[in-house]
Design a protein around this ligand. Structure first.
Ligand code: ATP
Ligand code: MG
Length: 342
């Protein structure tokens, strides 16, 4: 029996990186998994707090994210869609895991190294209003991520490449707990990766596409209009080399656009390169914009439709939270028992 689980932060409208790297896998697993396998997809709002958030915006983002998941084809009759913070067991489990996780394991995390480097300014107590500087949560959140997974005894985790290192940490934590209590409490979770596991920014092909990138031009969002798609793809950086060839090292920007095209059309990269071998970058971009418009128009229409039915969206979350709570509380109880809290 599999338990498939993944999460997304309510930090904005998902983009084609989230879609190709994670969400499209989430949706297709509903059909390829066994009927008895559980699928759980979380809106991980506690993770969103690791960077400053406006409370009203965060509330709105959570609903918008739920709508986006439904519009991508996550079916609440098949999958449990839930809000992380509504299930206190996540935080409770994270505490127990953090008590057995060596600090050294966390300081090796690349995301911590990158993000803490960006907020280098050191906070003092006098600086209480400052929102810069790295918080303990930013350092510790991979343990909360481990709790999100282990709390459900999840076996398969569909994620993008940027989360592989954190999943490895989760595996190490699971192994350590199993060894500590001499019992196979947690299965060791495996990742499920999509062909487009790392879609890069349209403005800077050395950075991954992200919801939190300040530049709107860096990404295509799932609710972008056709004219926004055309203009963002037109402005995407390329290079001065002639023609269309796939070379991630020498031509990372073009390689990224080819990867997006191939993933959207679900065909091999070589096929796309062959098809456009006689085209220039501008012609290829025009074709790519059309392919994206074709794929995203039904998603955007569905988003618009669901926006006017917020009662339904709220109900989906309420039902999902109840179902996830049952699974989570049972497993937390077992963990409490093992460590002597119960
Ligand atoms: P943020 O900038 O707020 O961290 P994000 O775009 O990185 O947002 P997350 O909510 O952190 O999105 O991640 C949701 C899922 O999407 C994760 O499984 C993550 O691995 C995947 N993902 C994120 N960005 C990309 C990308 N550029 N390419 C492929 N997959 C991605
Ligand atoms: Mg992220």
């Amino acid at each position: 029996l599999k338990l498939i689980l993944s999460g997304i932060q309510p930090t904005g409208i998902p983009h084609i990186g989230n879609f190709l790297g994670a969400l499209s896998n989430w949706a297709s697993l509903q059909h390829t998994a066994n009927v008895n396998d559980n699928l759980l997809y979380a809106i991980v709002d506690l993770h969103a707090l690791t960077v400053p958030q406006d409370p009203r915006q965060l509330r709105k983002n959570k609903l918008d994210m739920t709508i986006a998941l439904l519009a991508c084809g996550i079916d609440p009759k098949r999958s449990i869609i839930f809000e992380q913070s509504k299930i206190p067991a996540h935080s409770e489990c994270a505490w127990i895991l953090s008590c057995i996780t060596p600090v050294g394991w966390l300081s090796r995390m690349t995301q911590w190294k990158v993000k803490s480097q960006q907020n280098k300014k050191i906070q003092s107590v006098e600086d209480i209003d400052s929102t810069s500087g790295s918080c303990l949560g930013l350092f510790a959140y991979p343990v909360l991520q481990a709790a999100d997974i282990l709390l459900y005894k999840a076996t398969h985790i569909p994620i993008g490449e940027d989360n592989i290192q954190h999943l490895e940490l989760t595996r190490d934590i699971a192994l350590k707990i199993n060894k500590l209590y001499k019992k196979d409490i947690f299965p060791i979770p495996q990742s499920i990766l999509a062909p487009a596991k790392r879609v890069m920014s349209l403005r800077d092909s050395s950075k991954k596409m992200s919801k939190s990138d300040p530049s709107e031009l860096s990404r295509i969002n799932l609710d972008d209009t056709p004219s926004e798609i055309i203009s963002k793809i037109k402005k995407a950086t390329t290079d001065s080399i002639k023609g269309i060839t796939y070379d991630p090292v020498e031509r990372p920007a073009i390689a990224n656009l080819i990867t997006i095209y191939a993933a959207i059309k679900e065909v091999a990269i070589e096929e796309i390169v062959k098809e456009y071998s006689n085209s220039n970058a501008q012609q290829f971009k025009e074709a790519l914009a059309q392919v994206l418009i074709e794929k995203l128009t039904p998603v955007r229409n569905e988003i618009e439709k669901l926006k006017i039915d917020s009662d339904y969206v709220q109900q989906v979350l309420k039902d999902g939270n109840e179902k996830a709570s049952l699974l989570a509380n049972k497993n937390l109880d077992e963990l409490y028992n093992l460590c002597g809290l119960k």
